[in-house]
Design a protein around this ligand. Structure first.
Ligand code: SF4
Ligand code: MG
Length: 333
């Protein structure tokens, strides 16, 4: 069966201009050839350090920003090149929940009006009564009391506001929800509640989720698969269990080594990466991770490793898994 969302070789290069009237002097290669798919009812997490391009992937898929190249296919239909008018009805099906619900919820509107907006915009209710019924239903779905509809966003806690944000994403009947650091700003216990709510809603409604996060401990709770990004590219994709127990890309290994283990007495060696994340304006040659990789060898500086299958459903972009150099030899390199 065809995935709900398919992304092929997506690129977003932001032009750099020295001034308003000057020509383009370079590009920020924010997303530089990213491919993945999400099945119906599946959660794929996109993880990586800030600035790796994961949010830009989300915004480009949603066409909040226009892609430079590549294809985005929603339920079998290409949407990356659709004119705005034809795109409009499809927007109903893909919605976003941002990190800060406060800045994305209009403070002057009551919750009822916030949730009614997408319902009326997409013509999903025939009367004011129907709109109100639908708003009440949405509040039930996100486990908020119905009288919440008569209050304003500032009257709610951060977690409750995020529930309103989720209700608004559900309002037009979306089947793909992109969560961009949706729980990052919340307290630990509230994070867990919102993540549980998202998985319950997923089961109930068959939602597909693209869960963008830098927080691997949270990702482990919610996701089915994980895609790891570094400097505009995906470097590894695997089922959650495989990725967390047997990561194959050195960057994934380093990210995971920083995640606290559930058993506090268990030990995992922390891999400290040296050097800063290079600029996406001038990404390193060859493997983009070679300037920080503890295993880099000569080939890594000149040849870019392709993202390829190393086991069924497990992809990695690293020469070590592509007939490169054995690890024993890398110390001498
Ligand atoms: Fe490290 Fe080379 Fe693999 Fe890149 S290709 S991750 S530099 S070993
Ligand atoms: Mg971001």
């Amino acid at each position: 069966k065809r995935p709900l969302l398919e992304v092929f070789d997506l690129k977003k290069h932001f032009p750099i201009r020295a001034g308003f009237l000057s020509g383009v002097t370079g590009y920020v290669y924010a997303v530089d050839g990213v491919s993945f798919s999400i099945d119906r009812g599946e959660t794929l997490s996109l993880v990586g350090e800030s600035g790796c391009g994961k949010s830009t992937v989300g915004r480009t898929v949603l066409r909040l920003i226009e892609p430079t190249a590549g294809q985005v296919v929603l339920d079998g239909q290409r949407i990356d090149d659709l004119p705005a008018r034809s795109l409009r009805p499809l927007r109903r099906r893909m919605q976003v929940v941002f990190q800060d619900p406060f800045s994305s919820l209009n403070p002057r509107l009551k919750v009822k009006e916030i949730l009614a907006e997408p319902i009326t915009n997409f013509g999903l209710a025939a009367s004011a009564k129907e709109v109100e019924d639908r708003v009440a239903e949405l509040l039930d779905k996100v486990r908020l009391p119905r009288d919440a509809m008569n209050r304003f966003p500032h009257e709610f806690s951060g977690g409750q506001r995020q529930r309103i944000g989720i209700a608004r994403a559900l309002a037009p009947g979306a089947d793909l929800i992109i969560c961009d650091e949706a729980v990052s700003a919340l307290d630990v216990s509230v994070k867990a509640q919102i993540v549980n709510l998202l998985s319950d809603l997923q089961d109930e409604l068959g939602l597909s989720l693209l869960f963008i996060s830098h927080d691997l401990a949270i990702v482990e709770h919610i996701t089915h698969r994980v895609a790891v990004m570094y400097l505009g590219k995906i470097v590894e994709v695997a089922e959650k269990r495989t990725l967390f127990s047997a990561p194959k890309h050195p960057y994934t290994e380093a990210l995971l080594s920083a995640v606290p283990l559930p058993d506090p007495t268990a030990k995992r060696e922390r891999i400290i990466l040296t050097g800063d994340v290079p600029s996406p304006i001038r990404p390193p040659s060859g493997c983009r991770f070679h300037t920080r990789c503890p295993h880099a060898f000569d080939r890594c500086r000149v040849e870019e490793p392709p993202l390829k299958a190393i086991a069924p459903g497990h992809l990695a972009a690293c020469h070590l898994h592509d007939g490169g150099a054995p690890r024993a030899a890398t110390a001498a390199a």
